[in-house]
Design a protein around this ligand. Structure first.
Ligand SMILES: [Zn+2]
Length: 234
C-alpha cells in the first residue's frame, strides 16, 4: 500500500516537474519570439526596405527626391543602431577624409563595420564625386557622425578629390540641393547648417574650416538655391 502511494507521489512529483519545465520553456520561447518580433527600429520594415520613403521621427512619411539612391546599412550597433532621433534642429556637414573615394565605397565601409566592429561611424547621406547621393541611414534614425549632435541633426558626408578637402562642382551642387531639401523639410535657418568642426572642433570638413569664406558661401548657396518640385512631405 505504502509502496503504491510512494509511486503515486513520485509520478505526481514528476508531472509537477514536467509541467514546470514546460512552463519555463514556453516562457523562454515567448520572450525570444517577442524579442525577435519586435523590430529593432520602431518603424518595423517600413523604414528599412529601400522604398524611397522614410518615416520621420514625427511619424510623417517623407518621400525622398529621385536623385537619392537608398542603400541602407544593416541595423547594427556600429553604424545603424536603429534608434529614433529627437526633433531635427540642424544639418552637420562632413568630408570623408579619404581622398578620391566614392560614395559607394564609403557606404560599404560603414556597412562593413557591422561585422568588423572596428569603430562606430556612419552618416545619413553621402554625396559622391559625381554628385550621386546615397542614403545610408534613413531620416528619423540616428547615424554615428556628429558626436553629441547625432540625436537631433542630419549628417551628410561629402567625398572630395584630394587632401585639401574642397568639394568638386558635382559634389557641391548635389550637397546644396540635398541641404535645401532638408532645410525645407525641417524648417531650418542658416545658423542650423553647421560643420562637424562646430560640434567638436575636429577639422572636418577641413577645407571649409580653413576657409571661412567658402563655408559662408556654401550656407548662402543653400538658401539661394531654388528648389524644384521633387520630394515632398506627403
Ligand atoms: Zn566629420
Amino acid at each position: 500500500m505504502d509502496k503504491i502511494k510512494d509511486r503515486q507521489k513520485l509520478v505526481l512529483a514528476a508531472l509537477v516537474v514536467a509541467a514546470f519545465l514546460m512552463f519555463v520553456i514556453l516562457v523562454i520561447a515567448e520572450v525570444r519570439q517577442g524579442g525577435r518580433g519586435e523590430h529593432p527600429n520602431k518603424w518595423g520594415a517600413e523604414n528599412g526596405d529601400d522604398t524611397g520613403h522614410d518615416i520621420d521621427n514625427s511619424g510623417e512619411t517623407v518621400v525622398l527626391p529621385d536623385y537619392i539612391t537608398v542603400d541602407l546599412l544593416p541595423i547594427n550597433e556600429y553604424s545603424r543602431p536603429g534608434e529614433p532621433t529627437d526633433e531635427i534642429t540642424g544639418i552637420v556637414i562632413h568630408y570623408v577624409g579619404n581622398p578620391n573615394t566614392s560614395a559607394q565605397a564609403n557606404r560599404n565601409y560603414f556597412a562593413g563595420l557591422a561585422k568588423s566592429g572596428a569603430t562606430s561611424a556612419s552618416s545619413n547621406f553621402i554625396v559622391g564625386l559625381e554628385g550621386e547621393v546615397i542614403e545610408c541611414v534613413p531620416l528619423g534614425e540616428i547615424a554615428y557622425a556628429s558626436n553629441n549632435r547625432n540625436h537631433d541633426t542630419i549628417s551628410i558626408e561629402c567625398c572630395h578629390p584630394d587632401e585639401g578637402g574642397k568639394f568638386n562642382d558635382a559634389t557641391y551642387a548635389s550637397l546644396i540641393k540635398l541641404c535645401r531639401f532638408l532645410v525645407d523639410l525641417y524648417d531650418l535657418g542658416p545658423e542650423d547648417i553647421i560643420r562637424h568642426y562646430d560640434v567638436t572642433g575636429k577639422l572636418c570638413p577641413v577645407y571649409y574650416v580653413e576657409n571661412e569664406d567658402a563655408w559662408h558661401k556654401l550656407v548662402e548657396d543653400i538658401f539661394n538655391y531654388i528648389p524644384d518640385t521633387e520630394g515632398a512631405v506627403s
